[in-house]
Design a protein around this ligand. Sequence first.
Ligand SMILES: Cc1ncc(COP(=O)(O)O)c(C=O)c1O
Length: 386
Amino acid sequence: MSTNKPKAGFATRAIHVGQEPDPSTGAVAPAIFATSTYVQEEIGKHKGYEYARVSNPTRTRLEENLASLEGGLAARVFSSGMAEINAITTMLKNGNHVVCGNNLYGGTPRLFNQVWSDFGLEFTYVDTSDPRNVQRAIKKDTRMVFIETPTNPLMALTDIRAVSDVCRPKKIDLVVDNTFMSPYFQQPIGLGADVVVHSTTKFLNGHSDGLGGLVVCTRQDQADKLAFLQKAAGAILSPFECWLILRGVKTLALRMEKHDESGRLVAEFLSKHKKVKKVFYPGLPDHPQHELAKRQMSGFGSMITFETGSLSNANKMLRKVEVCSLGESLGGVETLISHPATMTHAALGEKGRREIGITDGLVRISVGVEDVEDIVDDLDQALSAI
Ligand SMILES: Cc1ncc(COP(=O)(O)O)c(C=O)c1O
């Protein structure tokens, strides 16, 4: 599709926007432009590409594709999710204040507190599941509200529209980290977000074979500034990793449907298991924000967290898993299982984790697209070790 045809469905756009056949050869798959520079015909006369840090045709294709999937004006990709969060933070100015969710991916507060607070930025962390907490935390210099919904790993939701209603009159940018849901199940821009970010390392790539970060924006000034930051700071995504995402995203709709179907079954199984004390999954009717989940998301996804009771119980079961792979990360075709307290949220420290309810017994699972019976059997035999 040469244009971003608005009426085309999600799966059609995932496969065709930015994924047009190569005009010179007819190749159906996009080329990987492994080049650092581009020949110019004369001074100032070229084909739109000058130097690979500034732009690359494989990257251009990916950025067109992802802007379309998130319904934004433009997309910019970076070398990792953290590089992308760093890029949007550099759009702020000394003295600015940011209101953040208090249960973000651990690397985000690590960047904010251990890097950016030394450069005159101030961060306040609140429970954004109540939009009134966001309202109360806003100060004169607040320029950004940064949320993740559902949160990692406790799966608490934030009402994006309600928080946007708080931010918009004050001209504060609402940034939503949409990594857990992917654009297939959640469209934050349609709900009032100004910026959407992703670790493409997860569902967008989908195959656990490359890092990446994405910013989708809604205004030209943001798009220009982010392109400038790619050029000025250079944390760009390599053409090969752009290509991996272009390939992965073609099956995003299919994968997400399967992730969701299996996620619901695994959550139901865990919720009935006698060794499991609590299950955190927005698709379960007893999730406190189940109604918001139904309204705000078009699926519940495959991220599930459950309580085993103690570090020793968690360790006993995690040592026994066979189909599930013990490791950090999520969103791949393979089921990944992790221990937030010692992995993704270790940087928060014991006190920080206690404050937001991350216990040593919590286990998080990213349900993959294997046969779901095998995942359930594996969890069942692993839980028998407790
Ligand atoms: C929600 C979320 N945002 C951002 C990141 C950071 O992404 P990356 O690991 O690609 O730097 C992660 C990583 O796990 C994440 O889960």
